[in-house]
Design a protein around this ligand. Sequence first.
Ligand code: PLP
Length: 312
Amino acid sequence: MSFENIEWIWKNGEIVPWANATVHVSAHGLHYGSGVFEGIRCYETASGATLFRVSEHYERFHESARTYGFTIPYSVAELTEATCELISRNEFKSCYVRPICFMGSGSLGVFPKNCPVEVSIMAWAWGAYLGADGLEKGIRVTVSPWRKFHSSMMPTTAKACGQYLNSILAVSDAFARGFDEALLLDIDGKLAEGSGENLFVVKDGKIYTNKADDSILMGITRSAAIEIARELGFSVEAKSLELEDLLTADEAFFTGTAAEITPICSVDEHTIGEGKRGAITEKIQTTFFDAVSGRDARFAKWLHPVEHFVAA
Ligand SMILES: Cc1ncc(COP(=O)(O)O)c(C=O)c1O
């Protein structure tokens, strides 16, 4: 990942050069994490750069902001158009898009009084989050000593900046111990999710994933994987899962905008299934990549070509 090729940033309604997209050190969001964000992927397709499920992402962006009591002053349509303009200006064929809405500079009491709502969108080229090798061979995961916070502590279904300190603790510990990613249990010891991914397990040909009550972010890739799996004829059940369900699974995989569909080959010292990408995971992953790159017409509804944007 590199920010080197970013020329333009969208900031509060305007496209500005990278160097001008700065924030003051007194910004409330910097001190307290008072902001919400999204991660959206734009894929290269035969009809050019194409955003994946962009309206679902911007709807969740608004919903996360509402949960924290602030209003994003741009509609889903305006944000989508801004994103298309930004990608076109940077001339990216494919990229990762990071919209953020945060409390700016105004006061530093914990209550964000008089803080302006700032909105920015960045886009940059970002390959496989957990490595190209990880997509093919699977990754090594560890159960984190850090638990995922419960929704009575923070709204787990919101994608808010400060909430990610929990994920940072977990992933830092996993990396320090030589693993590729952390898996967090919830407050009751049930499976929650990765530091930035939802979890699926496959057992006896059936697919299971957990649900909102299990302290997870309701991933947009998660819902795509469920729909793809059902379209392929698999049974998918959403229910609370125990660690045992993962350790005894035939296959397991993570889903996320950054991580896409990444197989899990081991959890701590336990090998999952045959310790490689499983056959069902591979089918879902292949269909997912066909869907995002416009090769599978069944999922064309998820795609929004960037070229629809026409520069003024
Ligand atoms: C904590 C967490 N869970 C799950 C996900 C997966 O969500 P999505 O598929 O919408 O990217 C993410 C990534 O956004 C995340 O940060």
